[in-house]
Ligand binder design. Structure first.
Ligand code: PAF
Length: 281
């Protein structure tokens, strides 16, 4: 039976005991509204560790848009049921008041991003990654897992968490896991729950255009393909590109070669902000 934990002290006591007993811990941090993408992380954590622990916490400090936070889907009962089926043993589900002091909620967490926060998501969601590092560092301190599993859909987040682990000397192996897509090609996301059936059909075009752009790399330059993708997506009624940037997979800096390149996109489908990416090699 899966165990739900709501306090930091109980969470820490459990993970301390597991480590004391020599167990390896696979940790999957989430904000809930779990889908098959999350399940793929959990399955891998279950397979590669003695115990899999998942956190379900919709972190207020990483939202720079109050409406996005308010409308973010939440359903802890359904999440816990799903996690039990997948083989997770513990779910950490604290309140915001449990996670943060009033002071922490008011102030921006400071971290040396080395410029990784100045591009793409960081540029369009100021303060977002400060909140991500704030919560993930707290979760890592409490869980001290052997391995942590994160999805490559949030490619920039993954790069930032890898940097955080390096700078803060966490003894945690970060495992990046591939994007899971619906049969239609749409990247799985908790935010898809906010799309109507019609919007979902429209959103499918994002991945199709990204896949198609891969066919162009033999003949076309990076900047041509970058413009082409934006133009193609913006042509679809109901879709508006916020940014599409082809960058180096390690530095996340704009690149003009296809070597080690990844294209990262953010698109508004109606009011819902969706992200996706595609590797070009
Ligand atoms: O990717 C997410 O769901 C969140 O950003 C994370 C890593 C759980 C931190 O709140």
């Amino acid at each position: 039976m899966i165990q739900l934990i709501h306090t930091k002290s109980a969470f820490k006591a459990i993970t301390d005991q597991l480590r004391h007993d020599g167990k390896t811990i696979g940790f999957v941090p989430t904000m809930g509204a779990l889908h098959e993408g999350h399940c793929s992380l959990v399955l891998r954590a279950v397979k590669e560790n003695d115990v899999c622990i998942v956190s379900v916490f919709c972190n207020p400090t990483q939202f720079n848009n109050a409406e996005d936070f308010e409308k973010y889907p939440r359903n802890i009962e359904r999440d816990a049921e799903l996690l039990e089926k997948e083989g997770a043993k513990f779910v950490f589900n604290p309140t915001a008041e449990e996670m943060y002091t009033a002071e922490e909620m008011k102030t921006t967490f400071q971290f040396d991003f080395g410029g990784l926060d100045q591009v793409m998501e960081g540029k369009y969601r100021p303060g977002h990654f400060n909140g991500v590092v704030q919560v993930v560092s707290k979760l890592f301190d409490l869980a001290q897992p052997t391995r942590a599993y994160l999805g490559e859909k949030d490619f920039q987040q993954l790069a930032i968490i890898r940097r955080m682990v390096r700078l803060m000397n966490y003894n945690i192996e970060i495992i990046g896991c591939p994007i899971v897509r619906e049969a239609s090609g749409l990247a799985m996301s908790s935010r898809n729950e906010r799309l109507s059936e019609q919007e979902k059909q429209t959103a499918v075009n994002i991945s199709h255009i990204l896949f198609e752009s891969r066919q162009l790399t033999a003949m076309q330059s990076v900047s041509h393909v970058q413009h082409w993708v934006v133009e193609q997506i913006n042509r679809i009624p109901g879709l508006t590109v916020e940014y599409y940037q082809i960058v180096d997979q390690d530095t996340l800096l704009p690149t003009d070669t296809w070597n080690n390149a990844i294209g990262c996109v953010t698109v508004y489908c109606g009011p819902v902000r969706l992200i996706d990416n595609i590797k070009y090699d």
